[in-house]
Design a protein around this ligand. Sequence first.
Ligand code: COA
Length: 260
Amino acid sequence: MNFENILVEQANALATITINRPKKLNALNKATIEELHNAFKILEEDTTVKVIIIIGSGEKAFVAGADISEFAHFSVKEGGMLAKKGQEILFDFVENLSTPVIAAINGFALGGGLELAMACHFRLASDNAKMGLPEVSLGVIPGYGGTQRLPQLVGKGKAMELIMTAGMISAEEAKEAGLVNHVTSQEELLPLAEKIASKIMRNSSVAISAAIKSVNDNFKDGVNGFESEITEFGNCFGTEDFKEGTTAFLEKRKPEFPGK
Ligand code: COA
């Protein structure tokens, strides 16, 4: 896959996307958002890919936000369109992928950067990482789902404070708040993400997709997550993975899931 602003590598069922604009601290311009959408779409359609890791290039930033230079002159209508399109093609898109996506936050994750990490299924951070939603310091609010996903992850009060102060929190503080699951050194960040990915890959990818959908449905308006769980649970009984998983257990051997 050839892109200008991102790198995509694939090895042994693992795909790694690196956002590659280090001179701009990997800020998300329009082209990068479109490339990310295309890369995620291609990887989602590739059934050999079982886990996707996303990281920023360099040692300073995951993503330092949406590219401010691109929207500084926007009108009300253009601002609304920017948020709508971005949410649709990248942030909601990633959250609803059936392939698990892990964010490896290797430095600043600010504004759209933190919003992208929050759209991923879960997050790890390096100990130098700094996270925040500084939009109100620019006279705007988070527009890529930050006002919704931050309260889901850390609770309303903490989210309100972080958004209103436009402050940054350290990786350790983020872990304590439930925003990231693990903190490690910068050198160990990708190896840790890969280790967790390899644990995920041992399991049924069909069941994992069903689990992602059920968990996400808890947060959707007008959708009853418990009912989704019942449907998804039932559907699992019709899969080859279920047959293999239960048979392997009863035969006291490791399952080899066909992913169907
Ligand atoms: N949009 C566009 N460009 C950005 C950017 C963003 N969100 N974040 C960083 N950059 C650019 C800087 O303009 C600078 O470019 P230049 O070298 O051409 O001048 C380059 O990336 C390096 O950033 P710089 O500010 O010099 O690094 P720093 O170490 O002094 O500060 C930050 C790092 C992250 C604190 C600072 O870049 C920052 O506050 N960025 C904006 C964060 C933000 O508000 N994000 C939310 C956007 S909605």
